[in-house]
Write a protein that binds this ligand. Structure first.
Ligand code: HEM
Length: 510
């Protein structure tokens, strides 16, 4: 085992097996007993050490995105974007920053199949000299909701029915067809198109989805969306192929990623940004903070920034991938969140999840340490499993008479900012009246029509899923897709209803 990669100074290199306190073990499988066949003795710490730690091997799985794979690599700057962003990671063409990317599915448990019809998570941690930056993205440019309070409800509909313990098409479609939730239609169209099941993690894109706010060193800022476009080309599985793969090799995407990196076939992605000024945002037909909408490429063209390359498999999955803790709140100077309410909620949610899943000192786990910048904040200390020396004898508060350094003065104060005014009111950002939340979904349907069979596949994929729901919910599904396109709705209805007849009378197939 190579010592530097495990990052643990306590691991012996001479391979002498020990108890956890370092005492050499003579015989790992001998247990202390009274006589050869008598009862065991409590004094046998070798046995107790072994059994007790085994009971504590698991940490809670992530609630969404439990199932995933990851790899290390680097981000390399290919183009100058200093007019948009002053972050140090972008300050020189050719500059490389070490990264970790974790890909995931969303709804399934840790042991679920890679080939689920589900968005894929695409989370990248950049170990920059200004701190760790996490881009916690998905493979779809939009999302199901724009009201963060809906997130637990929505995720629950993808989990198991509380009584039957089964995945439940009624729960799924009941939520999505509820009129106030139909704002999800754009994301639902993507999910049930062929892009809903990427063939591998290497063959899909990543998108910020959210609007971010990036600024340059002069203090000018832009709204920004990030696109991470696969260099391997997009490849997808059909619903039938996915079902087959789920049976024959449920971990096919994990294997594909690991094997390709191992044989030197490092996957890469080209990173682009779209930028928008505040004035342009005011003229949009939708809110720039609406996560269910994309920015038209013709108005906001892609601008190349760099390359993401994943060329190094983890040495240890648990240490480096299961314990990896990504959070949109992990950011660096000149890259900030916008007022998108879902993003704002995520700024709280992830670090909170890590405090529960890993512990309050999760940032001291080597894979999460900002090793390229280091930390110094001696007022944040103590807590369970504090392993970094806890700032020694530094005082546990910050005060003006100490010789601390603050570098804000080297960064421009952005005087021009968005201005927010208004009463504190409860606001539910449900589906808008009229058609506005269906326009981009309909445009997507037309785009699908440019490639052979794409519209048919969409209808087929929805029909297969919705045929498992009850009649009342099925009707709501047909009506919802009818708002996108009546032909689409009719194709879904026809196929779903004939599948229902088949399920009800299995012999009618014969
Ligand atoms: C209100 C909305 C959302 C909330 C509250 C939320 C919350 C969470 C939580 C609690 C986790 C598990 C974190 C952990 O235990 O380590 C997670 C994982 C994740 N979320 Fe979200 N999420 C939201 C929306 C989104 C959106 C819009 C995206 C993409 C644009 C996204 C991408 C991801 C990814 C990629 C992961 C997996 C990170 C990893 O690989 O560890 N989430 N989310």
């Amino acid at each position: 085992m190579s010592e530097d990669k495990t990052n643990s100074a306590d691991v012996r290199n001479d391979r002498v097996v020990t108890t956890t306190n370092g005492m050499p073990i003579n015989e790992p499988f001998a247990t202390q007993r009274v006589g050869k066949h008598g009862p065991l003795l409590l004094q046998d710490y070798t046995l107790i050490d072994n059994l007790a730690h085994f009971n504590r091997e698991r940490i809670p799985e992530r609630n969404p995105h439990a199932h995933g794979s990851g790899a290390f690599g680097y981000f390399e700057v290919t183009d100058d974007i200093s007019d948009i962003c002053g972050s140090a990671m972008f300050n020189k063409i050719g500059k490389r920053t070490r990264c970790l990317t974790r890909f995931s599915t969303v709804g399934g448990e840790k042991g679920s199949a890679d080939s689920a019809r589900d968005p894929r998570g695409f989370a990248t941690k950049f170990y920059t000299e200004e701190g760790n930056l996490d881009w916690v993205y998905n493979n779809t440019p939009v999302f199901f909701i724009r009201d963060p309070s809906k997130f637990p409800h929505f995720i629950h509909t993808q989990k198991r029915n509380p009584q039957t313990n089964l995945k439940d098409a009624n729960m799924f479609w009941d939520f999505l067809t509820t009129p106030e939730n139909q704002v999800a239609i754009h994301q639902v169209m993507i999910l049930f198109s062929d892009r809903g099941i990427p063939a591998t993690y290497r063959n899909m894109n990543g998108y910020s989805g959210h609007t971010y706010k990036w600024s340059n060193k002069k203090g000018d800022w832009h709204y920004v969306q990030v696109h991470i476009i696969t260099d391997q080309g997009i490849k997808n599985l059909t619903a039938e192929e996915a079902t087959e793969v789920a049976g024959s090799n449920p971990d096919h995407a994990q294997q594909d990623l690991f094997d390709n990196i191992k044989k030197g076939n490092a996957p890469s992605w080209t990173v682009y940004i779209q930028t928008m000024t505040e004035d342009q945002a005011k003229r949009l037909p939708f809110s720039v903070f609406d996560l269910t909408k994309v920015w038209p490429h013709k108005d906001f063209p892609l601008r190349r920034v760099g390359k993401l390359v994943l060329n190094e498999n983890p040495e240890n999955y648990f240490a480096q991938i299961e314990q990896a803790a990504f959070a949109p709140s992990n950011t660096v100077p000149y890259q900030e969140a916008s007022a998108d309410p879902v993003l704002q909620a995520r700024l709280f949610s992830y670090a909170d999840a890590h405090r529960y899943r890993i512990g309050p000192n999760y940032h001291q786990v080597p894979v999460n340490c900002p090793y390229a910048s280091k930390t110094f904040n001696p007022a944040i200390r103590d807590g369970p499993m504090n392993v970094n020396g806890n700032f020694g004898n530094e005082s546990n508060y910050l005060a003006t008479d100490k010789t601390y350094q603050y570098i804000q003065k080297e960064r421009p104060i952005q005087e021009h900012q968005e201005t927010w005014t208004g009463p504190a009111v409860p606001f539910h950002w449900a589906t808008s009246a009229g058609d506005v939340d269906f326009v981009q979904a309909r445009n997507l349907f037309h785009v699908l029509g440019r490639t052979r069979n794409q519209q048919q596949h969409l209808a087929h994929n929805v029909a297969g899923h919705v045929s498992n729901a009850n009649p009342e919910i099925r009707k709501r599904v047909y009506a919802m897709f009818g708002r996108v396109d009546l032909r689409l709705s009719e194709s879904i209805r026809k196929e779903a209803e004939s599948l229902v007849v088949l399920k009800d009378n299995p012999t009618s197939k014969l």
